[in-house]
Write a protein that binds this ligand. Sequence first.
Ligand SMILES: [Zn+2]
Length: 120
Amino acid sequence: MLGAMRGRCPACGAPGAFAGPYRLRPRCERCGVVFERDGGTWLGASVLAYVLAMLAMAGFAWATVPGRGLYRGFEAGLIGVAVATVLLVYRPVKGWWLWATWAAGWVHRDGEDPEAGPGT
Ligand SMILES: [Zn+2]
């Protein structure tokens, strides 16, 4: 799982699952599992990244508002924290999500779909 968060293939552990900073290759170059089955695959990863951003914003508010009250630049700070969090966590979250979808059986080679019946 930690390997997947660093951009390794969850199935075989080959490095280089990511083609860019945030973009995954369509499939693993070593073992051939398909990382992106359909366009909605990464919705869960995006939701997770946003949830983490919300938590970071709450932590930022909790850390800076008490004792000072609302202050100039608070909203800008919140936005900065949210953007920085998404940028920081999206890749490991996406790697983790890839691992989670693989663990759930959604990442596999073509023709190995465990849900596909015989003859399909
Ligand atoms: Zn692989």
